[in-house]
Design a protein around this ligand. Structure first.
Ligand code: ZN
Length: 143
């Protein structure tokens, strides 16, 4: 699952649940496992993962900035977006080390039923999840 989708899910959970913050944090990290099961297309299997990775990271950063500056979400709720995506550092570190087999986060283990789809349906699914999450962020106001 793209990082930006995980960030959106964390923001949506934060916007809807709000408190207690420990529960929001647990749900945000837990959402990473659930989303990794959903059939999706990952650019890590594409021929050009680095440009896609930059697009993903920049979109994630832009989303966080929009939530802070334009949507006026409190920073502790916005933090749940990056927290939901944080387990993907596991994938980044594994890729940099050239050791993709050794991951610490359960939904990145080879034995985990990681969802896979071809690019068009895999991206459409992620787009639909992002749209639902944006609707949840808007519906969760005021924070
Ligand atoms: Zn992941």
């Amino acid at each position: 699952m793209w990082v930006v989708v995980h960030v959106c899910a964390g923001l949506a959970i934060a916007a809807v649940v709000k408190q207690p913050l420990w529960l929001v944090a647990v749900l945000a990290v837990g959402s990473h496992v659930v989303l990794d099961v959903v059939p999706h297309w990952d650019y890590t299997v594409s021929r050009n993962p680095v440009p896609w990775g930059w697009v993903d990271i920049l979109a994630s950063c832009a989303l966080v900035i929009v939530c802070l500056v334009a949507v006026h979400m409190p920073w502790w709720l916005v933090l749940m977006g990056p927290l939901a995506a944080a387990p993907d550092f596991d994938v980044l570190v594994g890729t940099i080390r050239g050791d993709e087999a050794r991951h610490w986060f359960p939904s990145h283990w080879r034995s985990f039923p990681h969802g896979k789809a071809s690019p068009v349906p895999g991206l459409a699914t992620q787009g639909a999840i992002v749209a639902l999450c944006i609707a949840a962020v808007i519906a969760g106001r005021p924070y």
